[in-house]
Design a protein around this ligand. Structure first.
Ligand code: FAD
Length: 432
């Protein structure tokens, strides 16, 4: 049951030492993954999460290629045992209400990884953190990192405020060989080190809520993510079915348009856009709202550098593109996995330089850029993937590769050459 303020679990907090091999700031999907895999590799790991568990988080739709990190973490059987809706496909509805044929992932990759899930984040993120603990990481919740300590340019540890069960506080300094920033959109180190590069082409904001009793499709379509364009492509809606007959419905558009002065509060903004999207009106006709409306803005950015001596960024802390292709959790898990392997290697050889800790960055950034280009194409006025594929049917599998997250293999990006100027250079290419 979706709950913006879930009841705190009765948690026995661990004893915290003054020194670890790895300190991870943030216990979302990225932080839990690094914590789990570095602990599994035999290192002494502390994960510090400021929230009380379980905690609400937006972003419920997984894409198929999350499977491989989840499998490495040993979580596939646990996911199969949840009530999370099974997601087999994604479907797009254009501004005229025309529904594309759903992209069924297993038509391109007949493997069990082609079925993924729509997750309730409070439960999914908790499952990952519990796994990190099982693999040997010390996980301290109610632990707000206040600063990262540096010796010159090298990160050497953190200062953290711990809240105890009797509501008392204590501030501790904890040293580490490697500090991992997994603080999500708070982007703790990126902000403090002035490394944030907002994406000027993606000044977007979202307003969303959760609904009960919305129209749900039947059979294999029931768990699909549906992306619906509003009239004039002024915005687009996501429709993500969750357990207990709840659906996450949100709308994303340009900040200057959707959140312009005088546009009203979140409910008014949502309803203004809903009035422009008959396909979503049809789905919400008999639905009741189950929570307040929520908003988030200006979430697209990248970090100028993703590693330094003794520190490394993972997940949203290192950058976020846009929600339209549900790439966030996949990239959080994948960067967590890449970083964990780099940290293990760095600790084994006693070299925590930026080069070692960030050795995966080039490959990772190239994969992220494929999602970014797809997002740019999505927002390009007059461009349609349907039209593009009719002219270039040979690229259908490249498109599906990106939709499922298979972005780290060679050749996938060739499709963008055929799109030509539809896709502007990404922020990283423009730097070159
Ligand atoms: C509108 C919108 C819709 C989205 N929809 C989807 C979707 O459908 N599918 C998808 O895959 N992704 C989606 N995302 C993105 C997704 O939610 C994120 O990419 C994902 O949560 C990133 O995981 P993370 O571990 O990097 O960060 P988070 O999940 O944000 O975790 C960061 C953690 O760090 C903690 N933290 C922060 N600061 C501190 C501190 N100082 N000390 C200690 N702890 C701290 C926070 O409490 C938090 O738990 C969406 C994003 C947006 C904006």
């Amino acid at each position: 049951m979706i709950d913006l303020h879930p009841a705190p679990e009765n948690r026995q907090q661990p004893v915290i030492e003054t020194n670890y091999d790895v300190v991870v700031i943030g216990g979302g999907p990225a932080g839990a993954t690094v914590g789990a895999l570095t602990a599994e590799a035999g290192h002494r790991v502390l994960v510090l999460e400021r929230s009380t568990l379980p905690r609400f988080h937006l972003g419920e739709s997984l894409i198929p290629e999350t499977y491989w990190t989840l499998e490495r973490l040993g979580l596939i059987e646990r996911l199969k045992a949840t009530a999370f809706p099974k997601k087999y496909s994604v479907q797009f509805v254009n501004e005229d209400g025309k529904e594309s044929a759903p992209f069924f992932f297993d038509e391109y990759k007949p493997h069990e990884s082609s079925q993924t899930w729509q997750v309730e984040r409070s439960e999914f993120d908790r499952m990952l953190l519990i796994r990190a603990e099982e693999l040997g990481a010390v996980v301290r919740t109610d632990a707000q990192v206040l600063s990262v300590q540096f010796d010159g340019e090298r990160a050497t540890g953190v200062e953290v405020k711990l809240t105890n069960s009797d509501d008392s506080h204590e501030t501790r300094t904890i040293s580490a060989q490697v500090v991992v920033d997994a603080t999500g959109q708070s982007a703790f180190l990126v902000n403090r080190l002035g490394l944030k590069q907002p994406d000027p082409l993606l000044k977007k904001g979202s307003v969303w809520s959760y609904f009960r009793g919305a129209l749900r499709d039947a059979g294999r379509d029931e768990g699909a993510t549906i992306i619906l364009q509003s009239a004039g492509k002024s915005s687009w809606f996501w429709y993500i079915p969750l357990p207990d007959d709840i659906v996450s419905v949100g709308c994303t558009g340009d900040i200057n348009y959707m959140f312009a002065p005088g546009s009203g509060g979140p409910e008014k903004i949502f309803n203004n856009e809903l009035a422009r999207c008959p396909g979503m009106q049809r789905r919400l006709k008999h639905a009741e709202r189950a929570t307040d409306y929520l908003t988030t803005k200006d979430f697209s950015y990248r970090a100028e550098r993703a590693a330094g001596p003794g520190w490394v960024l993972v997940g949203d802390a290192g950058g976020f593109i846009d929600p339209v292709y549900s790439s966030g959790i996949f990239l959080a898990l994948k960067s967590g996995e890449f970083a964990a392997d780099a940290i293990h290697d760095a600790l084994e050889v006693g070299d925590v330089s930026a080069e070692r800790l960030g050795c995966w960055q080039e490959k990772y950034a190239a994969g992220v850029d494929l999602f970014r280009k797809l997002v740019y194409a999505f927002y390009t006025p007059g461009f349609s993937f349907g039209g593009f594929l009719r002219e270039h049917p040979q690229f259908r599998s490249n498109l599906v590769d990106i939709l499922i997250g298979d972005v780290f293999k060679p050749g996938v990006g060739e499709m963008f050459d055929a799109m030509g100027e539809v896709v502007p250079p990404t922020v990283s290419e423009a730097d070159l």
